[in-house]
Design a protein around this ligand. Structure first.
Ligand SMILES: [Zn+2]
Length: 156
C-alpha cells in the first residue's frame, strides 16, 4: 500500500505528520488532511436521517465524488432510488420504499455473500461511516474528498 501524497499546490511529495492524518509539503508548507475518522465523516455529511429524500441525495452526491469505484447509484433524474456501496467485506445497500428507506448490510468474503441483515437507517449509517473512514485511510483521494466536506461545513 503506497502512502505517498502529492502536494496539490506545487506537486512535491508531502511528509506525513505524527498522527498520519495530516501531510505537510516541505517546499511550500501546504497542509493537507488525508485521513479522517468516522465521526468527522458523519459530521461533515451532516445528514438528516429523518429526511429520506435529502439523505439519499446527499449520500449519493458525496459517494460519487470520493468513492465512485465502490458505489452504484440508481436514480430517476435527481431522484435517488438506491445506493450500493462495496467496501469489502461489507456491502451496504439502501433503497427507497415509498417515504421510507430500507437499509441492509451484507457480509461478502471472497465474492461469496455470507449473510444479509436488514438494519435501522441510523445503525446502517454509523457502520457505513466507519467503513468509509477505514477505507479512506488507505486511499488518499477518498480521504481528501471526505476531508473537504468535513472542513467545509463544520468550520473546523
Ligand atoms: Zn507544495
Amino acid at each position: 500500500m503506497s502512502s505517498t501524497v502529492q502536494c496539490n499546490n506545487c506537486g512535491a511529495m508531502m511528509t506525513p505528520q505524527w498522527d498520519g492524518r495530516v501531510y505537510t509539503c516541505p517546499f511550500c508548507k501546504t497542509q493537507m488532511q488525508v485521513a479522517i475518522g468516522a465521526d468527522q465523516i458523519a459530521a461533515g455529511m451532516a445528514i438528516d436521517l429523518a429526511n429520506v429524500e435529502a439523505f439519499m441525495t446527499k449520500l449519493a452526491t458525496t459517494l460519487s465524488q470520493g468513492f465512485t469505484e465502490h458505489t452504484q447509484i440508481q436514480s430517476n433524474g435527481a431522484h435517488v432510488l438506491s445506493i450500493e456501496i462495496h467496501l469489502d467485506p461489507d456491502h451496504f445497500h439502501v433503497h427507497r420504499e415509498g417515504q421510507h428507506a430500507v437499509a441492509t448490510i451484507k457480509k461478502v468474503v471472497r465474492g461469496v455473500a455470507l449473510r444479509t441483515k436488514t438494519v435501522s437507517l441510523d445503525l446502517w449509517y454509523t457502520q457505513l461511516t466507519q467503513a468509509l473512514a477505514t477505507h479512506a485511510n488507505t486511499n488518499a483521494r477518498a480521504a481528501w474528498v471526505l476531508g473537504q466536506i468535513g472542513t467545509g461545513s463544520s468550520g473546523r
